[in-house]
Every structure is written in structure tokens, then in C-alpha cells.
Design a protein around this ligand. Sequence first.
Ligand code: GDP
Ligand code: MG
Length: 157
Amino acid sequence: EGMTVAIVGQPNVGKSTLLNALAGYEAAIVSEQAGTTRDPLREHLLLDGLPLTIVDTAGLRDTEDAIEREGIRRAWQALEKAELALFLVDDREGVTDADRALLARLPAMPRLLLRNKCDLAGQAAALDSGEQGQELRLSAKAGLGLDLLVQALKAQA
Ligand code: GDP
Ligand code: MG
């Protein structure tokens, strides 16, 4: 089943869209409504010959909604069990203070910062190095940079 990779980040940054783009089908519900994803969703994939288990998770935020909160607890649990974290941010906003606070709470593990929605930010997909180490600009929705992501995942395996 290969390496386990958890997709994490704040609500609405495109985590479920990324899972679907990698899976090649609509595994997860995508919505502009924050708090859509609740339970962690695991997909076993073979990406360019690399076997992976990818886990989509609830957006990490404070919430009064009891079910969403349970989903977020499970997201942190999934992260504990994962071997690599894909931390998504919205490329239009970049890494916010809220993102930095979350990044500081991530378990000690390999991580890759993904700047998603580069199509909306008017940026090209690219692999770069930044303040968080290796960073990748991509668009899960437009399918830009997914090949670079698979290359980066292969390098971690
Ligand atoms: P999640 O809450 O992080 O799982 O975010 P979703 O995958 O549900 O996406 C939230 C919204 O952002 C949806 O309306 C998506 O269609 C949109 N979205 C996600 N990724 C991209 C992207 O790369 N480009 C654009 N333009 N929209 C995106
Ligand atoms: Mg989601």
C-alpha cells in the first residue's frame, strides 16, 4: 500500500480537490462551503508506479460544530499515522499566520508545502524552495503541477 500521505491545511484550500485530481475520480466531496470534509478519506493509489495511501482530511480550524470538531480530531490522528504531510495553502494568500501556527503543531515528519490555486494567483506551476523548505505551486482544479507533485512524492519514497 506504500507510503501514507496526509493532505492537511485550512478549510477551502483545495485538499479534497487534490485528492480527486490524484485519484482521477470524484472520491471526495468538493464544495466552496468550509467544513464539508468530516471523516478522513483514504484512497490507495498507484501514481506513476508509486503506491501511496492518500488521506484527505477535514480543514483545520476552530469550530463550534461538534461533528466537524470530531473530524478535525481525526485529521490530527491521521497526521500522526502518516509518513508525509502535504500542507496546502491558497496561493493567493500565501502562508498566513494561521498556517504558521498549524505548521508549528505538525508532528515531526517530512512535509511539503503546496501553494494551491496557482491558476487564480496567476502563477505557473513550479517546484521551488521557500521559507518552509521545498514548496510546490500547483492547481489541483486545473491539473497544473500534478506531475511535479508526483516527482516530489517519488523523491520522498
Ligand atoms: P477543502 O476544503 O480544502 O477540501 O477544499 P475543496 O477541495 O472542497 O475546494 C474548495 C473550493 O476551492 C472549491 O470550490 C474548489 O472547486 C476550489 N478549488 C480547489 N482547488 C482549486 C484550484 O486549484 N483552482 C481553483 N480555481 N479552484 C480550486
Ligand atoms: Mg475537503
